[in-house]
Design a binder for this molecule. Structure first.
Ligand code: UD1
Length: 415
């Protein structure tokens, strides 16, 4: 599937942001631990959510998804074998490990491999489960973990990993005693998970700081919860406004989650006006180059790095992007070169020299966020572009082309 995009339109109007992909996937996994039905609201229609739905259904849950509301009812007895095909297709499937280990005492799952943005091992997750008393076997590319009942432990993460923090919070929720996660990730999605778990009856505190403390309880009930807005989708729409020289109101956002991007865009010369749940973005003067180093939250989000690269490609002067989270996140820059971007890549650093105008070209999305950045470039470029590999963009952006068309972009999907 591909997008055909005619560049050169200034985007204008209002766009509503959907629920956060990186939160909802985890809440769906956490629902497996409940004894009652969980209702999750503001669920985006994206293919990663379809995949996670498949994963938890295979494990026995009944899922009812209507509009943006999803109801998850766990079965009497959950399965322990995570479906291999789905896990291979989506790394976030490993987030069922903590819930299954805590609830059923066993999980068997294929080791997720590296992906298009670099190596992504799960050693921190496994180290944490082991510290909590689980027996973990890694053989022939699969992982089997078992524990009669997990025991609370103090776990030091070598890096503030989002997925490991979430998996260990889940594991700790039903463990015996207290689990302390030190050097925990501080992303807003971690806070969302804490709020969801606590509604289910868990005792979690500290999310949003570097130390999360989970006092284990015997069982968890259902919850009715609304997912936070997707800060990465919001960021993409903000950059779309600026890169096309337009003026867009991004509605239903949490500006606090976008503090770094807001500061960076202002630094680059963009206009950004913030009110409690909306952000107005516009370009009324030339955009200048910048330096961005991706970091764990509250640092600059690695998932927004490709968006800034898109903007930098037509900014005045040079920009330097330093990627510190992933080993290989610059494939999309090779594609941007086809549109005339001037890029030098040296290991984890990219230097981008802004050009006056990109030119339309035929490009391929190498990954989800890189794909979205190529769409941004195509909308700003002179002439027509084809962006191939739209399936990857569909993993994380709900109705991307409908939302962009609503702002005036000339973008159509070719099946
Ligand atoms: C999540 C997000 C992803 C985002 C990332 C960093 C989801 C579904 N995905 O991914 O969009 O880019 O956070 O903000 O929420 N690492 C290890 N060993 C481990 C775990 C991680 O070495 O056991 C490394 C990874 O290879 C990576 C870094 O730690 O280099 C960060 O990974 P992590 O924070 O775990 O990212 P994810 O949770 O996979």
């Amino acid at each position: 599937m591909r997008f055909s995009i005619a560049g050169g339109t200034r985007l204008s109007g209002t766009v509503r942001v959907s629920g956060a992909k990186n939160s909802v996937l985890k809440l769906m996994a956490m629902s497996l631990m409940a004894n009652d039905q969980c209702v999750i609201r503001n669920v985006p229609r994206i293919s990663d959510v379809e995949t996670m739905k498949g994963v938890i259904e295979e494990l026995g849950a009944t899922v009812n998804w209507s509009g943006d509301t999803m109801m998850v009812t766990p079965p009497e007895r959950l399965g322990t074998e995570a479906p291999e095909e789905l896990v291979r297709g989506m790394r976030a499937s490993i987030q069922v490990m903590g819930p299954l280990l805590a609830k059923v005492g066993e999980v068997h799952i294929v080791q997720p491999g590296g992906c298009s943005i670099g190596h992504r091992p799960i050693d921190f997750h496994l180290k944490g489960f082991r510290a909590m008393g689980a027996e973990v076997e890694e053989r022939y590319g699969y992982v089997r973990a078992r524990a009669n009942r997990l025991k609370g432990a103090t776990i030091y993460l070598d890096f503030p990993s989002v997925g490991a923090t979430e998996n260990l919070m889940a594991a700790g929720a039903l463990a015996e005693g207290t689990t302390v996660i030190c050097n925990a990730a501080r992303e807003p999605e971690i806070v969302d998970q804490q709020n969801f778990l606590n509604l289910m009856g868990a005792k979690v505190r500290g999310a949003g700081t570097g130390q999360v403390i989970v006092e284990g309880v015997k069982e968890l009930g259902g919850a009715d919860y609304t997912v936070i807005p997707d800060r990465i989708e919001a960021g993409t729409m903000m950059v779309a406004a600026v890169i096309t020289g337009g003026h867009v109101t991004v509605q239903d956002v949490e500006p606090e989650h976008l503090g770094f991007l807001i500061a960076k865009l202002r630094e680059m010369g963009a206009g950004v006006e913030v009110s409690h749940n909306r952000i107005d973005c516009f370009a009324d003067q030339p955009i200048t180059g910048t330096t961005v180093r991706s970091m764990p939250y509250p640092g600059f989000a690695t998932d927004l790095q490709p968006n800034i690269a898109a903007l930098a490609s037509t900014a005045v002067g040079c920009s330097v992007l330093i990627e510190t989270i992933y080993s290989n996140r610059f494939h999309y820059l090779e594609e941007m070169r086809k549109m005339g971007a001037k890029v030098i890549i040296e290991q984890s650093t990219a230097v981008i020299k802004g050009v006056e105008k990109l030119t339309g070209a035929s490009v391929t999305a190498p990954d989800l966020r890189g794909g979205a950045a190529l769409v941004l470039c195509a909308m700003a470029a002179d002439g027509n572009s084809i962006v191939d590999g739209v399936e990857l963009i569909d993993r994380g952006y709900e109705e991307f082309e409908r939302k962009l068309s609503g702002l005036g972009a000339r973008i159509t999907r070719i099946e």
